[in-house]
Design a protein around this ligand. Structure first.
Ligand SMILES: [Zn+2]
Length: 378
């Protein structure tokens, strides 16, 4: 057979564009073999009619947690991700140099979902959320962190640090400095910095960042943020974006505030990536899953291709995996999400009790991982 799997007649959304024509995708050997109208179904082992549905690259959740407190999501990673169109999860620093290899052996290596990771500058990662992981500086060893990152190139994408008052104690911005040192020692990896309720103004954090570094939780509503006293986007944030700093949503339990998001989006400052910062708590709470988070940004006024680009094209580029994931081009890994765009009256909630109404939401239909139909809506 020419194809293992043929997806027939879907509306392809890729690279920030939608193609309404109804296209076929032929998959062979785990790779996207052909994308064009009218592929021959007789040449396919399995045929799935996806007409009327959106066909997107397998979604990338650029910031979630498979190993928070050494368990969150954990064994639920596959069921959570694959049932919501997510084929790649980037763990946002659940593990550090002392715990990464356990995370790898017991979870990453056994998951069907592709899991990549940012390594926390604190050696314990986020093993104990009750104690700020960066309150005790001896845990933050740039050399040791860089060595672990260097041991797993391509799997460890960068260094994570949380610059939140509660997680750094009296250490101010020193954890970020140490994270940047580790990133540099590891050969210039990006640093992802959590900025909710920071001990210093966001501008001081941005001053330490270099092109390719990532600000996560940029739409939080807790403490000093991206808006200045006039509720306008600060000049330092605009300048940071100009320099190539990446802005990630990281919804989570505490990090999305609709009034902030509205103001920021109204000024045309769109997220680079929309991610869940998912944990079991977030899953049971208002973040719920990646499609739910993406639907919130549709309701905030972003168009569908731009929203999907924040979970496909954009994270793939940031991860330097363009052409491999986050795309439906021929030769790419056959990770594919088939989605429906439902119409109705939907209410969405942020982390601070605010709600918005929306008329559209994305729902999962089929998930294909490495060319295999691995989940379908019943
Ligand atoms: Zn996180």
């Amino acid at each position: 057979m020419k194809y293992d799997l043929l997806l027939q007649g879907g509306k392809i959304v890729d690279k920030g564009f939608i193609d309404d024509r109804g296209m076929d995708i032929g998959v062979k050997g785990g790779v996207i073999a052909e994308v064009r109208p009218d592929l021959n179904p007789l040449e396919a082992h399995q045929v799935v009619d996806v007409s009327g549905f959106i066909v997107a690259p397998g979604l990338i959740d650029f910031h979630a947690h498979a190993f928070l407190e050494a368990r969150e999501l954990g064994l639920e990673t596959d069921s959570t991700c694959l049932s919501t169109g997510v084929t790649t999860l980037v763990d946002g620093g659940s593990s550090g140099a002392a715990t990464f290899e356990g995370f790898k052996e017991f979870l990453i290596d056994r998951a069907e979902t592709r899991i990549l990771a940012f390594l926390h500058i604190s050696s314990i990662g986020l093993a104990d959320l009750l104690t700020g992981e960066s309150t005790y500086l001896p845990l933050l060893n740039p050399q040791r962190t860089a060595e672990m990152a260097g041991k797993y190139p391509g799997l460890i994408l960068g260094i994570k640090v949380r610059q939140q008052k509660e997680t750094v104690g009296n250490n101010g911005i020193e954890p970020l400095r140490l994270a940047k040192q580790a990133a540099s020692l590891a050969g210039g990896l990006p640093t992802m910095v959590h900025v909710t309720n920071p001990p210093v103004p966001l501008s001081q954090i941005l001053d330490l960042l270099e092109p390719g570094d990532i600000v996560t939780h940029f739409l939080h509503g807790r403490g000093m943020g991206i808006l200045n006293g006039d509720k306008r986007i600060s000049a330092s944030a605009r300048e940071a974006r100009q320099r190539g700093i990446i802005f990630d949503v990281g919804h989570g339990r505490n990090h999305l505030n609709f009034p902030v998001a509205r103001r920021v989006l109204d000024e045309g400052f769109l997220p680079d990536t929309i991610s869940t910062d998912l944990t079991r708590g977030g899953k049971a709470g208002v973040a719920r899953n990646l499609l739910h988070c993406l639907s919130k940004f549709l309701s905030l006024g972003m168009d569908l291709p731009s929203v999907l680009a924040c979970a496909t094209t954009n994270p793939a580029r940031i991860m330097k995996m363009e052409g491999v994931i986050g795309t439906l081009k021929e030769g790419a890994c056959a990770d594919i999400s088939v989605l429906s765009l439902e119409s109705g009256e939907f209410v969405f909630e942020d982390c601070d009790g605010n709600t918005i109404r929306g008329q559209r939401r994305l729902m999962p239909q089929y998930t294909i991982r490495r060319g295999r139909l691995i989940w379908q809506h019943k």
